[in-house]
Write a protein that binds this ligand. Structure first.
Ligand code: CUA
Length: 370
């Protein structure tokens, strides 16, 4: 499914100057990132906190402006040519000037502490997902969902499937340099730091496809380090997890897929092509590499290159990607396979696209793009 370009929703929320300043309009082919386009309890809690502070700031502005204009007008020189009375020390005025700011700061502190107490704790029934940032893609692992008959958990690359209506506790780390995980419609942002694990919550009660992006400069393809969050109704989410847990890659169905399979698993010495399986995993096959993204249900995905291409554009880029990855994505760490023939490249594409989840477990096209 190829999604047409969308304009940012112009909501009252996104019109507020404070949020406009804070919302980054990171350009994407299909979706605009904005914290003003709120789809999560986190964003709504932060928004009401912001409204309270903005209202107080406006009241203070009006009060100070009134006092200023009143004073300037009352003591204008043309009215009062004599010098006004001088005085030193005014207990009442000093108490006001100290007391009022203390009250204002106390109110803001209480509001902030209350908001933090609401959005920070991980609920006991939260779904746990481990997120690992790498140059330049995202690994998503579901630690509570072991794969049938194996020791590994359900994993996915660059497409995070979550249930709508349930808090998702995201534990973020990185394996090379510092990245940052941010799905602005669904929650806050966390740095992904090698050796560190930080947990925070994202959530939404509106099923849909949401955009995410890396937000810390991490190298040549920082801007190409995107991801999708697909929030499904509970039943569809459960079907995805069940399908992913039980997934076994289908055997190659024809000679083209068989050739693709062979190159993937063993490489092709005559074309100086190393086995793809050294770096990538395909569930139900000997391929168990963990260097690059898990490709287990590649045929059921909709994005390529960490969200650079979607739908039809994705399919058009699979072969150029395999042939010379750094030429289509700057800084891509995958080796080049330039000596593979066009037939070999087409066969690899055919094999990868044959790796599909059962229709009941597939997650694209079932919820709207938001
Ligand atoms: Cu990863 Cu920027």
């Amino acid at each position: 499914m190829n999604t047409p370009p969308r304009r940012a929703k112009r909501s009252f929320a996104s019109a507020a100057p404070l949020l406009l300043l804070a919302s980054a309009s990171v350009a994407s082919a299909a979706q605009t990132l904005s914290i003003g386009d709120m789809h999560s309890s986190y964003n709504r809690n932060i928004w009401w906190m912001s409204v309270a502070v903005i209202v107080m700031a406006i009241l203070i502005f009006i009060g100070v402006s009134y006092a200023l204009f009143y004073t300037v007008n009352k003591f204008r020189e043309d009215k009062h040519t004599a010098e006004p009375d001088q005085f030193h020390g005014n207990n009442r005025l000093e108490q006001l000037l100290i007391g009022v700011p203390v009250i204002i700061v106390t109110i803001i502190t209480i509001l902030a502490a209350r908001t933090m107490a609401i959005v920070n704790p991980t609920p006991a029934d939260a779904l746990h997902v481990n997120v690992t940032g790498a140059q330049f893609w995202w690994a998503f692992e579901y630690p509570d969902t072991p794969v049938t008959g194996g020791t590994v958990n359900v994993t996915n690359g660059n497409e995070l499937v979550i249930p709508a209506g349930r808090q998702v506790a995201v534990t973020v780390t990185a394996k090379d340099v510092i990245h940052a995980f941010w799905a602005p419609n669904l929650g806050g942002q966390r740095d992904a730091i090698p050796g560190s694990k930080k947990t925070f919550q994202i959530d939404t009660d509106q099923p849909g496809v949401y955009q995410g992006n890396c937000t810390v400069l991490c190298g040549a393809s920082h801007a190409n380090m995107r991801f999708k969050v697909v929030a499904l109704p509970k039943a569809q989410y459960d079907a995805f997890i069940a399908g992913a847990q039980a997934y076994k890659a289908p055997a190659p169905a024809n000679s083209s897929e068989q050739n693709g399979y062979n190159i993937f698993m063993q490489g092709k010495a005559s074309a100086a092509a190393a086995p793809c399986a050294s770096c990538h995993r395909i569930q139900g096959t000997p391929a168990a590499g963990a260097v690059g993204p898990d490709l287990s249900y590649f045929g059921s995905r909709n994005t390529l290159g960490a969200g650079i291409w979607e739908g039809k554009a994705r399919e058009a880029h699979i072969q150029p990607w395999i042939k010379n990855c750094p030429s289509v994505k700057p800084g891509c760490l995958m080796p080049v396979y330039e000596k593979l023939s066009d037939t070999d490249l087409a066969d690899l594409e055919a094999y990868l696209l044959s790796l599909k989840l059962p229709e009941s477990a597939a997650y694209w096209g079932k919820v709207p793009v938001r």
